[in-house]
Design a protein around this ligand. Structure first.
Ligand code: 5AD
Ligand code: SF4
Length: 425
């Protein structure tokens, strides 16, 4: 989402006649897009800002964008006086006007309002990848998970109209994109604000039915709002990738309650069962937070058992990190850093074994990949399967396959990727 925000900012500025340069040294303006989801994000931002100033500072205008900008606001001017512009993601359409204010002599400009209706009017996105495009369908979040800073930095939930999503997707298909990734903090909370009233499953299916679109992905989903029609759409439309990222955060209902996640372990497992019962093999991935305040050894063991039960294809695990403004800051029983480290290592080891087993089971299968790049030194194309696995492969060296689709025979498997050979059709 953060990467896509940068694409929107670049597109908006190119449209105004600004030009992108390769290095900070050659820039007149430096825009620093920030994320504050975990770790000591604020501190890192201030350190980086100091470093920019030392390395490339003279006579340049500095802008801080994104979630740290939204969170810290005007405090940024105090701690980094060389910064002139601070703006959160809901204000990017106003960047051109903000720059005019700076150019006409204002010393400091901010864009920190969160209630703007115009969040989606960034039609001038400059996309980094010519084959796979992100489309934001919903911004912000109305949930209030106790650890999470997003509702404070990205504001309330706002869905975009289905017509404008379809118009953008069709335009992308016409210009050669074949893969679309629908983005939102909670894509499955999508509610079409127009009279068409499409739900998320309908939107997914319709985007996947646009001529020229061969793959549709979506991220990220909240278990509470994850409904069966989404699986039915995946089952009936092969252009929808058979991969669901469904963050669980913890395998203990007690911890989930303290996190205010709005579902129990059993309710989560019910969604998993729907996916396992689907006609297509759906890859399932997740996010897990280790060491949330009050997490006991028994809670942690429940998370390990959840891994065994679900058999995830991949997961992201994070040590809990306290974030400003969040409810979890005030919870007792914070878990010691060394204990978080110990638990996360056990979890990652357990998952690694699962992935080796699951990936090995694919040896001998033919998978279709979209070719994303090339490792020249290895003589391999870099491919991605519908289930979102990396599958690197040899063969078809005389063609330029990037952006194309290829059938690949899987010959080897590791914990994080597969290796294969172009299949002879
Ligand atoms: N500490 C650790 N992990 C976090 N995440 C979000 N907030 C925190 C936090 N304060 C993780 C969650 C989420 C993912 C994007 O980041 O697992 O799903
Ligand atoms: Fe954060 Fe929870 Fe909203 Fe996800 S659903 S963005 S974790 S508050």
């Amino acid at each position: 989402m953060n990467a896509h925000d940068s694409e929107k900012v670049i597109g908006t500025l190119l449209r105004e006649g600004y030009r992108q340069v390769e290095t900070p040294e050659r820039a007149n303006y430096i825009f620093y897009n920030t994320c504050s989801i975990r770790d000591k994000a604020e501190q890192k931002v201030f350190n980086r800002l100091q470093q920019f100033k030392r390395d490339a500072g003279k006579g340049k205008v500095f802008a801080v964008l994104g979630c740290v900008a939204q969170q810290e606001g005007e405090k940024i001017f105090d701690r980094a006086p060389h910064v002139s512009l601070v703006a959160g993601s809901a204000s990017y359409t106003k960047l051109p006007q903000m720059l005019v204010q700076l150019e006409t002599g204002n010393r400091r400009v901010t864009g920190l309002s969160l209630d703007t209706e115009e969040t989606f009017d960034t039609p001038y996105t400059r996309r980094d990848n010519p084959h796979r495009a992100y489309i934001t369908i919903i911004e912000g979040c109305d949930k209030s998970c106790a650890y999470c800073v997003v509702p404070f930095t990205r504001g309330p939930e706002r869905s975009r109209t289905s017509a404008s999503v379809m118009e953008e997707a069709k335009r992308l298909a016409d210009t050669g994109y074949s893969e679309i990734q629908l983005l939102g903090q909670n894509v499955n909370s999508y509610h079409d604000p127009s009279p068409a009233r499409w739900d998320f499953a309908t939107l997914l299916d319709r985007v996947g039915s646009i001529p020229g679109i061969r793959r549709v992905r979506f991220t990220t989903s909240h278990p509470r709002d994850f409904v069966k029609p989404i699986i039915e759409a995946i089952d009936s439309n092969p252009n929808l990738c058979n991969h669901v990222h469904l963050p669980v955060q913890s395998g203990s209902s007690r911890v989930l309650e303290r996190m205010d996640r709005l579902y129990t372990r059993d309710e989560y497992m019910e969604r998993i069962a729907w996916m396992k019962d689907a006609r297509r093999p759906i890859a399932i991935t997740t996010d897990i937070i280790i060491g949330f305040p009050g997490e006991t050894e028994a809670d942690f063991e429940q998370t390990l058992r959840l891994l065994d039960e679900v058999q995830y294809d991949s997961l992201f695990s994070f040590k809990y990190s306290p974030r400003p403004n969040t409810a979890a800051l005030k919870l007792p029983d914070q878990v010691a850093e060394e204990e978080k480290t110990r638990r996360i290592m056990i979890l990652q080891e357990r998952q690694r074994a699962i992935q080796i087993r699951r990936n090995s089971a694919l040896i001998g299968e033919v998978e279709q990949v979209m070719v994303e790049g090339r490792h020249e030194s290895l003589g391999q194309w870099i491919g991605r399967t519908s289930q979102n696995r990396t599958l690197n492969f040899a063969g078809r060296d005389t063609e330029d396959l990037i952006g194309k689709y290829a059938d690949v025979l899987v010959t080897r498997a590791g914990p994080n990727s597969l290796v294969g050979e172009a299949a002879i059709n």
